[in-house]
Design a protein around this ligand. Structure first.
Ligand code: UD1
Length: 362
């Protein structure tokens, strides 16, 4: 018996989570897979570069939803998936994380009566003002197989009364970091190319709507970064580049300490995280990757769903608050080593075992 798995992805972080899962599926002879890319991210460095760099299968469909309001993105995804799901008739749909593409994919699966697996399920920030939180809630409300990275995620689902088909797998992002050790080492050449020395620069990222939609918040983060008076490598998300231009904040990222760069690949990002003095970020992905590489991080979001990284002293929440960022930067140091609360690097193998078991006993 062979089963067809259809992955729905659309953003840069999805491609990172998809890579180890699709590699594990490839080794399982009972499973076939195909990818639907919603096209929410469409720039070369936000999408195709990751498909090539991570050796992902070429998506069978691109829905080309592009950038627009969340409802338009989700509505277009739903309309276009209707025909595709009728043609492909998959045995299971997999969605990843918490973006607009994730939530739309989940609704499409549920309305088409196709079993749904959610990779990175169970995480919560308990604030419906955050677009990603609404996506998390929509997705988990119709999920059949919950693939949960952390113990906290398991508890969140339990508190919502979800206990069946809930699996504590660990984080698939860690699998990819383990699998990419050699490539990450090679990518360390990016340090030399940018005159960066180990432990003497800060890796900064910023893209959450909460920070980019407010001139004051973005300004506070950029001013704090400036006052750190250290080299800052800043791979800039297109949303943030647009916001900096619109708010006339370009002067805050223009002195000699700044290396403002277009978005970079997965291996280069890991190499930069691994060797940074610390990361200054509002990205959930970089928060957990700082933890994997044992590099401290200051979080410019007001909270994080990756609570373990905070409890173990690696990551610290400052929010978009200049004073707090500068205070934390003075005392930042490594946290507790070796706790491995985000998994053992085998999450994707566990997910595939569970899928095969589920489909063959259905
Ligand atoms: C989305 C996800 C977020 C994820 C992030 C990773 C939602 C609600 N949010 O946020 O969870 O962490 O992706 O990047 O789905 N743009 C481009 N080129 C691209 C992609 C985006 O120029 O390839 C610009 C456009 O100006 C667009 C803006 O970025 O308007 C925002 O893009 P969008 O995909 O809506 O949200 P992200 O901020 O990327």
């Amino acid at each position: 018996m062979s089963y067809k798995i259809l992955h729905i992805v659309g953003n840069r972080p999805h491609l990172i989570k998809l890579a180890p899962v699709s590699r594990a599926i490839k080794k399982e002879t009972q499973l076939k897979q195909l990818i639907v890319h919603t096209g929410q991210h469409y720039d070369e460095m936000m999408s195709d570069h990751f498909i090539k760099q991570l050796g992902l299968p070429t998506p069978s469909y691109n829905l080309e939803i592009g950038s627009s309001g969340a409802l338009r993105q989700m509505g277009t995804t739903l309309i276009k998936l209707e025909d595709i799901l009728k043609i492909e008739i998959p045995d299971l749909i997999l969605v990843y994380g918490d973006t607009n593409s994730t939530a739309a994919g989940a609704i499409a699966a549920a309305k088409s009566n196709i079993p749904l697996g959610h990779v990175e399920s169970g995480l919560r920030e308990f604030d419906k003002q955050i677009p990603e939180e609404v996506n998390k809630l929509i997705t988990d409300s119709v999920t059949d197989l919950f693939f949960v990275p952390t113990h906290t995620g398991i508890m969140n689902l339990k508190n919502e009364g979800k206990e069946n088909h809930v699996f504590h797998t660990g984080d698939v992002g860690l699998d990819l970091v383990f699998q990419s050790e050699k490539e990450i080492q090679l990518a360390e050449s990016i340090l030399g190319q940018n005159n960066l020395e180990k432990n003497s620069y800060i890796l900064m990222t910023c893209h959450r709507a909460n920070n980019t939609a407010s001139k004051d918040k973005l300004q506070a983060i950029l001013e704090a970064a400036n006052e750190l008076n250290q080299k800052i490598f800043f791979p800039i998300h297109p949303r943030t580049a647009n916001a900096i231009e619109a708010y006339n904040l370009g002067h805050l990222i223009s002195n000699v300490n700044w290396i403002v760069h277009e978005p970079i690949g997965f291996f280069e990002t890991q190499a930069l995280i691994k060797n940074a003095r610390f990361c200054l970020t509002d990205s959930g992905g970089i928060i957990k990757e700082s933890y994997f590489h044992e590099t401290p991080a200051i979080i410019t979001d007001v909270q994080t769903e990756w609570l373990e990284t905070i409890e173990e002293g690696w990551c610290h929440v400052a929010g978009p608050n200049k004073h707090k960022i500068l205070e934390l930067a003075k005392t930042i140091k490594p946290g507790i080593k070796g706790k491995k609360s985000l998994g053992d690097g085998r999450a994707s193998n566990k997910i595939v075992e569970i899928i095969v078991n589920f489909l063959s006993t259905k």
